[in-house]
Design a protein around this ligand. Structure first.
Ligand code: S3P
Length: 187
């Protein structure tokens, strides 16, 4: 994959973008950035409040500006960036990512598993309503996620295993002190 300087994790709600991103960054000794966190800090409002006050179009504008600012800063420092589930679907954001020459990784998984993971989390997600709506939205978005440089299947896998697979796919080496237990070791 050449000289990877920015890895951007994409995928639907519940795919593990934040958990895998945090662990991957720690294991590589890179910086981690979460786009939803950036949006909330810039706006001084939660994602839920932004949706309530400004609707989805207002949220998408804030998301685009936050991504633009994030990609423009500290050029050259290697980073892992977790996007929110809808960010990669917006064409303007795809253009920003291409211009930044980011490596995009799609964390894939079956909709029922993603829905179950979301149910276990306290995070408020305005675009997760009932299962039928969730599955329909995932089906509509999946073709776009599949345009990412790499796809990693997360089904039935731990955050650790997915993190190792992402690094392997991108040819990235963990720093020795953070490499975790050797394969096959009991944990
Ligand atoms: C969204 C996903 C959320 C967040 C917002 C919208 C979406 O991020 O950005 O609620 O459109 O799928 P996660 O994928 O981290 O839940």
């Amino acid at each position: 994959m050449g000289n990877v300087r920015a890895v951007v994790l994409v995928g639907f709600m519940g795919a593990g973008k934040t958990s895998v991103g945090q662990l991957l960054a720690r294991r590589l000794g890179w910086q981690f950035e979460d786009l939803d966190d950036r949006i909330q800090k810039r706006e001084g409002r939660t994602i839920e409040q932004i949706f309530q006050d400004s609707g989805e179009p207002g949220f998408r504008r804030a998301e685009h500006e936050a991504l633009r600012a994030l990609l423009a800063e500290s050029q050259g420092a290697p980073r892992i960036i977790a996007l929110g589930g809808g960010a990669y679907i917006q064409p303007d954001n795809g253009a920003l990512l291409r211009a930044a020459e980011a490596s995009t990784v799609f964390l894939d998984g079956p909709a029922d598993e993603l829905f179950a993971r979301c149910q276990q989390q306290a995070v408020q997600r305005p675009l997760r309503r009932d299962r039928e709506q969730f599955e329909g939205l995932y089906a509509a978005r999946r073709p776009q996620y599949l345009t990412a440089s790499v796809r990693v299947d997360t089904s039935g896998k731990s955050v650790d295993a997915v993190t190792a697979e992402v690094a392997r796919c991108l040819g990235l080496q963990f720093i020795p002190s953070e490499a975790g237990p050797p394969p096959g070791a009991a944990n």
